[in-house]
Design a binder for this molecule. Structure first.
Ligand SMILES: [Zn+2]
Length: 110
């Protein structure tokens, strides 16, 4: 893959994540604790759903910062080099996750 291909891939995933964050933001709205409109169980369901939506959003945000960092490395012409030791990251590793910033050795040493 060329840097351009990788950039397109990263930008597409970023757009997808941002669209997901927007559509799910409603699910993260504060659960209204209204005893009259919802029973105790459905209120617990709603709170659990909200917690799960929050966790999913946190994972998305972590992924978004990984992608942005990878795009920054592309801009800096540092993409594909290990952040820690500076050695090139094997193409196979980048193919699995194009946002990885370290080689296997450094990742396991962290
Ligand atoms: Zn390394």
């Amino acid at each position: 893959m060329t840097d351009d291909d990788i950039r397109k891939l990263l930008v597409a995933e970023l757009a997808e994540l941002q669209a997901l964050s927007e559509t799910s933001s409603e699910a993260r709205e504060t659960v209204v604790l209204d005893q009259q409109s919802v029973g105790r169980l459905s209120r617990m369901d709603a709170m659990q759903g909200q917690a799960m939506a929050k966790a999913a959003e946190q994972r998305r945000r972590a992924r978004v910062s990984m992608i942005k960092a990878a795009l920054q490395r592309l801009d800096d012409d540092a993409y594909g080099d290990c952040e820690d030791c500076g050695e090139p990251i094997p193409a196979g590793r980048l193919a699995i996750d194009p946002t990885v910033a370290t080689c296997v050795g450094c990742a396991s040493a962290r």
